[in-house]
Design a protein around this ligand. Structure first.
Ligand code: SF4
Length: 292
């Protein structure tokens, strides 16, 4: 029986308790949005729609985020999750100050910073080294696909070899590396999606994300022009099950469903019902003999 290591299981084994992620903002820009107009699926908020404004100081953001999750979580410690835009791009002294302020709080057990593989220069690595000496650090890399053809199609703006180099670089520090992979990207079949999942297995954890068509994105235009389709629930459940089957033992699965803002969601609308989606997915995984 394949045992899936979820974030909760991982946190219990590493931190001795379940932790809840607080969505916070520090970075306000991304080099890809400047150079290429951004990835075709990227929303105006750079995936940070759930977080408090980046202009707020970090203590205010954390208290705000804690209030938002208080109905769902009664624990005392959290993961400070910096998801929006590119977390290692921009005014580094400002980012460092924000991250350190979060890391030094007692209620923050770990930091998670989402970024791009091409934004890990020497000064950034120095900052990550410092942060990792204060609190456990997770770095999340937005790979989305292992194919350079797809990368070009979705305007990701870097090659797969840059992702591999970034993982090697991050391996020099005590960092938990998480890779994001999107399932259902335009032009990708099942085999290509599974190739991407296998390629991402050089990290420590993975986030599987259903392709969402969001308002105001280039992908929205493609969708209405009939240039891209979205997956049905059954297609998605089956591909996630196959993806999990091909992951190596010990790989942490940090996400198996989408996490988008419902107000922006154009398609697939079935994914807006998160509870139903999770129940449907778990039923398929259990039927395939997986322990979640
Ligand atoms: S790298 Fe991230 S923030 Fe930048 S354009 Fe792509 S999805 Fe948006």
């Amino acid at each position: 029986m394949k045992k899936i290591i979820t974030t909760n299981k991982y946190c219990r084994s590493v931190f001795g308790e379940q932790l809840y992620k607080l969505s916070l903002s520090a970075a306000t820009d991304c080099p890809n949005r400047r150079a290429e107009g951004g990835c075709i699926f990227c929303s105006e908020g750079g995936s940070g729609e759930f977080a408090a404004p980046a202009a707020w100081d970090i203590d205010r953001q954390i208290e705000y985020a804690k209030r938002k999750v208080s109905a769902k979580y009664s624990g005392q410690r959290y993961i400070a999750y910096f998801q929006s835009y590119t977390g290692t791009y921009g005014e580094l002294s400002h980012l460092r100050e924000m991250y350190l302020a979060a890391a030094k709080r007692e209620d923050i057990a770990a930091l998670s910073i989402a970024t791009r593989p091409d934004c890990l220069g020497p000064e950034v690595m120095e900052m990550l080294s410092e942060l990792s000496s204060v609190k456990p650090l997770w770095v999340e890399l937005g790979l989305q696909s292992g194919s350079d053809d797809t990368a070009k199609r979705i305007r990701r703006g870097y090659l797969f070899e840059e992702y591999e180099a970034a993982v090697c670089k991050l391996r020099t520090l005590p960092i938990h590396i998480i890779t994001h992979v999107i399932l259902g990207l335009p032009g990708e079949d099942r085999e290509q999606m599974l190739c991407s999942v296998r390629a991402a297995a050089i990290g420590d954890g993975i986030k599987l994300q259903l392709l969402h068509v969001l308002k105001g994105t280039e992908l929205e235009k493609w969708y209405y022009e009939g240039r891209c389709k979205v997956l049905s629930p059954q297609e998605y459940y089956d591909i996630v099950a196959e993806a999990l089957e091909c992951l190596p033992e010990g790989m942490v699965v940090h996400r198996m469903t989408g996490d988008g803002d419902k107000r922006l969601l154009i398609a697939p609308l079935w994914s807006a019902d998160k509870k139903k989606t999770i129940n449907g997915l778990y039923a398929v995984l259990r039927a395939r003999g997986m322990e979640i």
